[in-house]
Write a protein that binds this ligand. Sequence first.
Ligand code: C2O
Ligand code: CU
Ligand code: CU
Length: 487
Amino acid sequence: MTMPNRRHVLRAMALAGAAAAVPLPGVPAAADARPAPHAAGPTGPAPTPEPFIRPLLNPPVLRPTFRTPTHDVYRMRIKEADVEVVPGLHTRLWTFDGRFPGPTLLARRGRPVLVEQSNELSVPVTVHLHGAHVRHIDDGYPTDSIAPGASRVYHYPNDQCSATLWYHDHTHMAEAENVYRGLAGTYLIEDEADRRLCLPSGRHDIVLALRDAQFDADGTLVYNGQPFYPTILVNGRPQPYLRVAARRYRLRFLNQANSRIFQLSLGEDQEMVQIGSDGGLLPAPNPVTALPLYPAERADVVVDFSSHPVGSQVLLHNTPNFLPGEPHDILRFDVVADGGRDRSRVPDRLADAEDLGAPVTRREFVLDFDPATGMMTINGKVFDPDRVDITPALDTTELWTVINPDAKLPLPHTFHVHDAQFHVVDRDGRRPSAAESGRKDTIAVNPGESVSFLVRFSEFTGRYVYHCHMLEHSAMGMMGQMELIRS
Ligand code: C2O
Ligand code: CU
Ligand code: CU
């Protein structure tokens, strides 16, 4: 039993599609430095590029600026850059280090990383490492911004399991636009336990960051606060191809879209073996033919191309589609070489399931839309950085239930908690699927559903947020604040 199953995804997408027709009540107030939001620019929409003419871009793994015996130190510049996203056009983006997506950071468990971020944009930014367990001052709190011209050092202890994390802007009420304009990148944590499993590695381990976007004929990026945009990008390019050998690959899917839900399938219902979710490896491999991925979720899969003859092509599909002209095939794998001796494998057991024990505290979070104000709420309230909503005690297990009422404007949500990975125990009265049996930090909650999970915060006190990761929703208030306290 897979949850959310295909029916749920289809329903959520249909609802989201219907909601798309209702313009979300206003894009968060645009500061002067921001390009004015527009539906379609003077030059009209960009022509649909020919598919599969450019290779997949593998964002470079950033080299540390220097290493000390105990730390890796990076310097990054947050700046504008002109990037050829659509072939032949140049698009002005907001980037980490001039790259789109941002460069990949590769960390080792137990070895801390320092990242100095210099803000060369004319708007404030703040950088959050999604999925990481960090002190609150390093968490990229929404109002803890780096002013234009200033810089700031973030400290990441990397004291957690191997996982696909990502970093992105988190500015109060502007995160949706800032991330859309390009401020996101991947952050991988590796560890010994993962390495010992002999999963596909090195150049057979590939990050595939998915998102959507819209471009005018002159290349201008269009942002209008809508939930969907017609161009699907994989690592910053529409419909790239990737040359592979006929062997196993580890593919790390990451949904970096503001609001779009993906449902991925490969070739003619080829099996993908899911091995990991947001915060690390699953307890056991989970074979699937369809992979739903809500905004900010990650799914690590192993795909075996060895049954495909050299010279064949395998398409990665995204279904269903809900904008006219939107591509159904988003990436093409070209099998160009035989697999040689493939020593990788997928063992039956991947990671130990963590036991968080029985909950001591229970909390409920109702996600809703307030038609009177046009704002998005949690338990009837809009995010206020000056208000603390809950005060979980460290080292205490809590049971959180997130409820999406089947309201007049039914919208899917994707609930994210900072600073900890949680364990789903119940989805709508049923046990979670295998896909949701591992460490999660973001969870789909479709209209009418409720999802419960166990969470336990540790080590660091202070203020953190939890929110819907449909970024237009969080920017419109669907965010709460917790202050972690000593028990
Ligand atoms: Cu991915 Cu609060 O963020
Ligand atoms: Cu986060
Ligand atoms: Cu939401």
